[in-house]
Design a protein around this ligand. Structure first.
Ligand SMILES: Nc1nc2c(c(=O)[nH]1)N[C@H]1C(S)=C(S)[C@@H](COP(=O)(O)O)O[C@H]1N2
Ligand SMILES: [Mo]
Length: 507
């Protein structure tokens, strides 16, 4: 113990600081690039939950939303270069897998760093303990401001301005970025609406998270520039070998090679990640999902919704064009008189329910926040039949683990890019746990009116702790199954099959 203590006291940048510093660089770089991928999926930022076109405070698209025809949120999604984003192109699903994967390891390495910081006493170099740091930092700022460089003796090991900036990054900006991230999860928004309201609602959290990104980038640019222009050789030694007396003798060329080499490794990993992911989407969906899914399921699957909004949105984006089949058009023309909801599979009594049958059942009403995976949101009032009532009526077998909701709509109307899936119906498998939540309903009405065709007439699913893509519109049938792997590409839904979205949708 004694020996360890002595080593720590003399070694100013112990190995664990240098390693977590490097991991932070790696994960942050990947996180930012994957974040850009997610951002362009709805390239508009707002301070209101309705996301009405024209109410943005910032847009990253020249497209204006037409008012004379249907324009879906998918139409608005932008493609982005793999040089910028991870993985690039229009791969929102893969960008999200990478973002959550890196966020997990970024938070883990950050946790290790903070715990060791306090366990070893290293915190005392980082966290200011006296207010006189403010005038001293101001003095340093004036030196930099006049394009001079403070003498090496000012760095103990940081100059006051540097110390304040680093402390703010670790103890303010990192938690800020984590808090605004969690506030965007539909499951957390549903369970803790007050928390999201504190941050200005869904779009407030999303905008703040973006502003956090801008601050990270600004810090990164200034930080790396100063490493290069202010006592460069000392910095590189500190970063790579620390500044214990022994480290001072390490060959400078070797230190430089490791320094530039480790930068190159980050760039190579980032390039590989884009290139490999774009070529192996299904594999990466599984590999990255295998890390994130268990954590997400353990922490979020049990959250139930506590939402009771009072004001509905003046605007509500649409995703997916209505079914184009003659069958569906006839249903619309006859006001759904012959509509029958089929319930089959692992049930005692298969059902065929007309709209009148459904209307005769006890109705639930709820005013809730809708979260599309692309980033937009909207508040609406939904009225319909709780899915639990359907489960009771058909007598669900205890073997049933999922409810597969299948739509009248074909893939072409949902995701035109997936040409091979044009003839497949849109479907999503919903775990039994989610199906029996109190606010999981088959909605027949939106904002007090019969469901409009664009929003899923005559029947659409609402699962209020999930992202929108799970809420099948134009529902034709419900099949109770014990697994879904035999359906189409076997990933648990149309969007999972064709857009590589995650299997559960709490974040
Ligand atoms: N059948 C079908 N259901 C669907 C979709 C679709 O394309 N087809 N899009 C999903 C997505 S991604 C979202 S965000 C919501 C959008 O619901 P809205 O169009 O009523 O706003 O519907 C979901 N249900
Ligand atoms: Mo969506």
């Amino acid at each position: 113990m004694m020996g360890l203590h002595v080593v720590l006291a003399v070694s100013d940048f112990p190995l664990w600081i240098r390693v977590t510093h490097y991991l932070n660089l790696l994960f942050m770089f990947l996180l930012m690039r994957a974040g850009l991928q997610i951002l362009v999926a709805h390239p508009r930022l707002y301070w209101n939950s309705s996301c009405k076109p024209g109410s943005e405070w910032l847009t990253f698209t020249k497209a204006t939303v037409p008012t004379d025809r249907l324009y879906t949120a998918m139409d608005d999604e932008r493609s982005i270069s793999p040089w910028l984003a991870l993985p690039g192109k229009d791969a929102l699903g893969m960008g999200r897998h990478w973002h959550f994967f890196c966020a997990t390891f970024w938070m883990l390495s950050g946790l290790v760093y903070v715990v060791l910081l306090f366990a070893t006493g290293e915190w005392s170099r980082l966290i200011p303990t006296s207010w006189d740091i403010v005038p001293r930092a101001w003095h340093t700022a004036l030196i930099y401001g006049s394009f001079h460089i403070p003498p090496a003796s000012d760095f103990r090991p940081f100059d006051p301005l540097q110390q304040m900036a680093y402390a703010a990054i670790v103890f303010l900006l990192a938690p800020y970025q984590i808090i605004t991230a969690f506030a965007m999860s539909p499951a957390i928004e549903a369970r803790f609406p007050w928390f999201v309201k504190l941050l200005g609602g869904k779009q407030g959290a999303r905008s703040l998270h973006f502003i956090g990104l801008v601050l990270w980038v600004l810090f990164g640019v200034v930080h790396i520039t100063l490493v290069f222009v202010v006592h460069f050789q000392d910095n590189v030694r500190n970063i790579i070998v620390g500044n214990s007396p022994g480290a001072a003798h390490t060959n400078l060329t070797l230190v430089m090679v490791i320094f530039f080499g480790s930068f190159a490794v980050v760039v190579l990993i980032a390039a590989w990640a884009s290139w490999y992911t774009l070529g192996h989407r299904r594999q990466m969906q599984h590999v990255l999902g295998a890390v994130v899914d268990p954590i997400r399921m353990l922490s979020m699957q049990r959250l139930t919704t506590r939402q009771h909004y009072t004001k509905v949105s003046s605007y509500f984006w649409t995703n997916g064009y209505p079914p184009e089949t003659a069958e569906y058009k006839t249903l619309v023309a006859t006001n759904f008189a012959d509509y029958r909801l089929e319930v089959s599979g692992l049930v005692d009594t298969p059902l065929r329910l007309s709209l009148d049958d459904l209307r005769a059942m006890a109705q639930e009403s709820q005013t809730t926040l809708h979260n599309c995976i692309q980033g937009w949101s909207g508040i609406a009032a939904w009225t319909g039949v709780p899915v639990t009532a359907i489960l009771q009526r058909c007598g669900a077998s205890p073997r049933a683990k999922y409810l597969v909701f299948t739509s009248y709509q074909q893939g072409k109307q949902s995701f035109p890019q997936a040409t091979h899936a044009w003839e497949r119906p849109f479907y999503e498998a919903l775990p039994m746990g989610q199906a029996t939540h109190p606010q999981t309903i088959l909605a027949l009405e939106m904002n007090g009116e019969p469901l409009p065709v664009n929003h899923g007439a005559p029947v659409r699913l609402r699962v209020e702790t999930y992202l929108g893509y799970k809420m099948v519109k134009w529902v034709r049938s419900i099949e109770l199954v014990d697994e879904y792997t035999h359906l189409w590409d076997g990933q648990g839904g149309f969007r999972e099959d064709n857009q590589y979205y995650g299997t559960s949708a709490e974040i």
